[in-house]
Design a protein. Structure first.
Length: 150
């Protein structure tokens, strides 16, 4: 998967450039997946890309529909990389329940992959969509229509 969204901020590009070559491609694939899911998920809107704790982070700043997603490789565990979620949410617990064998989880904050793992892309897309809509109010439009009918 090739990134369709160029990295615009030099500091973010520098973080990706600092990753080992093999891991860099995997993380760029995760980045592309996040942008792709955001574009295909109703109500998410434009993603804001920034650094949080020195790691690439993605948030639905305009719509405020989601919870921050981070992606990272950490030198302390050089053969793995992951997708990180806010540990104050129920996201990772939900992923564990819905997909008990598809992921290795790190507590209630991350889905981690070994460098040679085959990432379950379609299932990961569901998880990313859930994070990007975590704060969405699915019935808000219906309530608004009902209120306007009076």
């Amino acid at each position: 998967m090739q990134p369709m969204h160029p990295i615009k901020q030099p500091d973010i590009a520098a973080v990706f450039a600092s990753y080992p070559e093999g891991m860099r491609g995997k993380l760029l694939d995760l980045r592309a997946l996040i942008f792709d899911v955001a574009a295909q998920t109703t109500g998410v809107g434009v993603l804001e890309e920034s650094l949080k704790w020195g790691e690439p982070a993605y948030i639905t700043a305009a719509s405020k529909s989601g919870s921050t997603i981070r992606i990272a490789w950490k030198q302390a565990k050089p053969t793995q990389y992951g997708v990180y979620f806010n540990c104050q949410t129920t996201l990772v617990d939900s992923f564990k329940t819905m997909f008990p064998t598809e992921f290795k989880c790190e507590g209630n904050r991350a889905l981690v992959f070994a460098e040679h793992d085959k990432v379950p892309v379609e299932v990961l897309r569901i998880c990313v969509a859930m994070a990007l809509t975590y704060h969405a109010k699915p019935h808000a439009n219906a309530r608004q229509k009902f209120a306007n009918a009076d």
